[in-house]
Design a protein around this ligand. Structure first.
Ligand code: ADP
Length: 512
């Protein structure tokens, strides 16, 4: 094969049209693709002005462009940034990309143009733009619809709460009358009632009260949900506020022979809405009293860590199964097994309580097991005056209710704040909020099950690094040793021993 033939083959194998023109713009060489693309034969091409490949409308200016390229000739794309077009022999026009290279041949300055047909690419780009426009249009339409829906929802929320506010006022007035007259009848001031009549009237009285509570709760909830509940935070001492609620609850507790205690350091101050705090405490305490059988206990404690106060309301009542722990904070959710036959509640108390706590930046959770009582804990912002009484917090995990009482009595006078919890799950929730200095695990065993508590504590991201002191009845075994607790004390444990151990391990963030 001669060099000339090889050159021709190379040219024809190129994927783009290649056209060479001389200094006057006359075509001197074309490849196969150029012929197919433009519809000229090789013979027709040769000698043709390159300007005839430019669409008629632009042809006039093309001669100037050619000249200026001749003056600053470099290899470069033609008309960068422009959408270039070329014209076929039959006059049809199509989009192209052109790259120009100057060469010097025997008879002077030549230009080689590489022309690529970009019809397919332009069509794809066009389609893409169309889709993009359609998509943007649809998105805008969806956004508009969403904004409209939001506005409608807000409007209907507002109307709902206005309606509820109006209706509850309308309902409350006659209800007060019904309750008032029922009370007058019960007092028998207008003459004696027989037993049946008394029973009937007391049904009316009880159910009217129930209805009143329901209306009040519904109104509160709708106010909160519509963002219309007002919060007036102020700083106040927790203990007197709590004592008020406890005293209000005491007759009911005593009626059921419950032991009701509140042990809160008088220096604990909270920064919260006083009325809502009272409402939260009242709800938790009245539930505790309601769901605890005669002879049981209900106790309130509080502890502080940095700028948070955790208040816990614990009872020894019926308890709540794990699968209900979240649902009880939903509207109208009542656990059948606890409320069977009891028409006292509305099922809205905890829903309101949770919202009141959360809207003030706190959290609320429950730790409970059926038959083992319940502990509700909620957090609230600490008042500034409270900072004086911040002491290190020690979490006490007690295996049996009240087993930790002795430990609390050891630690409390030493300015250590204590919080008793019954399991690793609740400890983890508190750990997230309050950063304890150490965890004391009081075990009756220990059994393999007990050691699981330690593993669970280690597994919590908020507690993994907190030193653990185990207080147990039995000697530590190999299984326990592998858990790397900071210290292990065998009962009986004296106060000095516990305090020394605490001083040694507290603040030591990684156990080894
Ligand atoms: P209710 O008006 O029924 O008390 P709440 O919203 O206050 O409504 O409580 C929802 C449900 O949670 C109760 O019906 C009860 O089943 C359960 N519950 C709440 N507190 C306790 C508790 N201290 N012990 C056991 N169950 C409880």
């Amino acid at each position: 094969m001669t060099d000339g033939n090889r050159f021709r083959e190379l040219l024809d194998a190129a994927p783009d049209a290649i056209i060479e023109a001389d200094a006057a713009g006359r075509i001197v060489l074309v490849n196969e693709i150029a012929q197919r693309l433009f519809g000229y034969t090789r013979d027709e091409f040769l000698g043709l002005s390159i300007d005839s490949l430019v669409p008629a409308a632009m042809r006039g200016r093309h001669a100037d462009h050619r000249e200026s390229f001749g003056r600053h000739a470099t290899t470069r794309p033609m008309g960068s940034g422009l959408e270039l077009r070329a014209q076929r022999r039959d006059g049809t026009v199509f989009p192209v990309e052109i790259s120009l290279s100057p060469i010097h041949s025997g008879d002077g300055f030549h230009v080689i143009a590489t022309v690529r047909d970009v019809t397919a690419r332009r069509a794809a780009e066009e389609r893409f733009r169309e889709l993009q426009n359609r998509f943007t249009g649809e998105l805008e339409e969806k956004n508009r619809q969403l904004r409209q829906r939001n506005a409608e929802v807000e409007r209907s929320d507002r109307l709902k709460s206005e309606f509820l506010a109006g209706m509850s006022h309308e309902l409350r007035s006659p209800l007060h009358t019904i309750i008032g007259f029922a009370e007058l009848l019960i007092e028998e001031l207008e003459g004696p009632l027989n037993d049946k009549q008394k029973r009937f009237v007391s049904h009316i009285h009880r159910d009217s009260h129930h209805l009143l509570a329901l209306i009040n709760d519904l109104l509160d909830l709708s106010k909160i949900e519509a963002g219309r509940m007002e919060f007036h935070p102020e700083e106040f001492a927790l203990r007197p506020a709590l004592d008020d609620v406890v005293e209000m609850m005491r007759p009911r507790a005593e009626g059921k022979e419950l032991t009701l205690t509140a042990a809160v350091d008088p220096r604990v101050f909270v920064d919260a809405d006083r009325l809502h705090m009272r409402q939260v405490l009242t709800n938790l305490l009245s539930n505790a009293v309601k769901f605890t059988a005669a002879g049981g206990t209900v106790s309130v404690t509080a502890s502080q860590r940095s700028n948070r106060i955790a208040i816990s309301v614990a009872d020894s009542g019926v308890g709540i199964a794990r699968e209900d722990h979240e649902a009880i904070f939903d509207k109208f959710y009542q656990v059948g097994s606890t409320t069977k036959g009891v028409r006292e509640g509305t099922g809205l108390g905890l829903a309101i309580t949770k919202r009141l706590v959360e809207q003030q930046g706190g959290r609320i959770w429950v730790d409970s097991e059926p038959g083992r009582g319940s502990t509700f804990v909620f957090t609230v912002k600490a008042g500034r005056s409270s900072t004086d009484c911040i002491g290190p917090l020690v979490l006490i995990i007690e295996d049996e209710p009240r087993a930790g009482e002795l430990l609390v009595n050891y630690l409390a006078p030493e300015k250590l704040l204590t919080l008793c919890v019954s399991g690793a799950r609740q400890a983890a929730m508190i750990g997230q909020e309050l950063e304890p200095e150490a965890i004391v695990v009081d075990l009756a065993g220990p059994t393999t099950e007990d050691w699981q508590i330690i593993r669970d504590l280690r597994g919590s991201p908020f507690l993994a690094a907190i030193p653990i002191i185990v207080v147990s009845a039995a000697e530590i075994d190999d299984e326990a040793r592998s858990l790397h607790v900071a210290a292990h004390l065998t009962k009986p444990v004296g106060k000095r021993q516990l305090m020394d151990t605490f001083a040694r391990v507290a603040g030591r963030k990684a156990d080894s």
